[in-house]
Design a protein around this ligand. Structure first.
Ligand SMILES: [Zn+2]
Length: 468
């Protein structure tokens, strides 16, 4: 039987500062080695100070993943040498002598199957190595410590996945969940990374590291399964090892025999006292947790009769659900939902565009009102949305500027009606005899005004002219 487990690292990008110092958590905007201080560089005599908000964020992740959360947590030193780790140890957590990381024994439901979460721990990200040229042939490696000390949450699953596809579904669910919690931005480069471990019946466990994206993880898992099956068929032992994913050649390569926990010489980080997370704090965190994606979806379907697929799209994306929540009212929820999933999604399809878009919930409700009043067509709404996205001007102004708004001036409509009564004499006679054929004349007015005439007013005016 195939067994796949994951170790996911997720940066808490919504925090202001690093895990143990006041350097910025958002290292991405700095020149290399310009977001560092004696603490995150591990200089002698410097002392770490724990970012309490990071503990809260990590605890709420643990809660959202149905984990047990302990009353107090401790930090450990994981000792190893690597150029991206200036202290020669990483401050992390470990579950020994009972529960001491921020969470454990949770689960996530994936297509009806419970994937167990073994533990969640809070730790610091190391710096980054930058290779000049291909990593296996480079003569020069640069180090950028800006990232060192960034708050990171490690999520470890049991080997409960049966195939790479299940892994992909799980990671999608997890990244939506983390984003919904408002603690992370999984879409940011390097903000969410995953390593996998794979074993097949009778074989040893192999870890795969260095995977750049979820898409690559799936490819790497497929490659590794095929490699192990081929070894097993030839009766060759599958060695317990760590393999690196070579993105260029799309294969895994053996990198080192796997270290055991004891190789890291874990010991308690005595510079950080045990942290107590009072029951009150945990209750408050639970209470203030944003509504989960699944309960949001259920609410949209039940309360507004929105199609489950539409509800799913909106509920699982923070940006769309914020637009929806701000825009809907009792009478237009379904229309707002459809406008988001057919038109808005069409051109705001990346996180970057979501960030720069100037569309507000009010724009959407105004547009729906205009559509429902039949003063603009769906197509005009789409054209208007694209302009709103860029300029953010209010809906009325946009409709006017782009000449998309309705024609509601009675004298203007009457002038057109007179013209049509001249051109369509037979239709006028028909309408006088059979009132139900009046729609033909309304249609003609619409045609002439390119759909911009107020339909209610047009009908009214035609009827009164017919009775004259
Ligand atoms: Zn620092």
């Amino acid at each position: 039987m195939t067994k796949i487990g994951l170790e996911i690292h997720c940066q808490l990008t919504k925090l202001e500062s690093k895990l143990f110092c006041s350097c910025k958590a958002n290292y991405r905007e700095f020149e290399p080695n310009h977001n560092i201080c004696p603490v995150c560089m591990g200089l002698p005599g410097s002392l770490p100070r724990l970012n309490q908000k990071a503990v809260k964020s990590a605890t709420s992740i643990a809660m959202a993943l149905n984990c047990q959360t302990p009353e107090k947590i401790a930090f450990f030193r994981k000792n190893y040498f690597y150029p991206d780790l200036p202290k020669n140890f990483q401050i992390t957590q470990l579950n020994v002598y009972g529960d001491m990381s921020v969470g454990g024994e949770g689960y996530v439901e994936v297509e009806g199957k419970k994937i167990k979460i073994r533990r969640i721990q809070l730790e610091e990200d190391p710096g980054r190595l930058i290779y000049e040229g291909a990593s296996d042939r480079t003569k020069i490696t640069l180090v950028d410590y800006n990232r060192a000390g960034t708050p990171l949450v490690e999520i470890v699953t049991d080997p409960d996945f049966e195939n790479p596809r299940q892994v992909r579904v799980f990671l999608n669910i997890l990244s939506d969940l983390l984003e919904n919690l408002g603690v992370a931005e999984p879409g940011l480069e390097g903000a969410m990374r995953a390593d996998g471990n794979v074993s097949i019946e009778g074989g040893n466990k192999v870890e795969i590291k260095n995977i750049g994206s979820f898409h690559d993880l799936e490819k790497a898992l497929h490659f590794e399964l095929t490699r192990q099956q081929s070894l097993s068929e030839r009766d060759i032992e599958i060695a317990m090892e760590t393999r690196h994913w070579d993105d260029r050649r799309k294969i895994t390569i053996s990198s080192r025999s796997k270290e055991e926990d004891q190789d890291y010489r874990y010991f308690l980080e005595n510079d950080i006292p045990w942290v107590k997370i009072e029951q009150d704090t945990r209750d408050a965190l639970k209470e203030n947790m944003p509504e989960s994606i699944s309960s949001k979806k259920e609410r949209y379907v039940k309360k507004f009769d929105i199609a489950p697929q539409v509800a799913e799209i909106i509920a699982s994306d923070r940006y769309y659900s914020k637009l929806f929540e701000g825009a809907y009212s009792e009478h237009n929820a379904k229309d707002i939902a459809n406008l988001i999933t057919t038109d808005v999604i069409g051109f705001i399809d990346t996180k970057e565009k979501q960030q720069t878009s100037k569309i507000t919930p009010k724009h959407l409700s105004d547009l729906i009102d205009a559509i429902n009043a039949k003063t603009i067509t769906r197509n005009s709404a789409k054209v208007a949305l694209q302009e709103i996205m860029k300029s953010g001007k209010d809906t009325k102004t946009i409709l006017k500027e782009m000449d998309l708004g309705q024609v509601s001036d009675s004298s203007e409509i009457n002038a057109i009606i007179s013209q049509i009564f001249e051109d369509e004499k037979q239709a006028v006679i028909d309408a006088k005899e059979r009132p139900e054929t009046v729609n033909f004349l309304v249609g003609k007015v619409m045609q002439k005004t390119k759909g911009k005439a107020d339909p209610t007013k047009t009908l009214e005016l035609i009827k009164s002219k017919l009775n004259q």
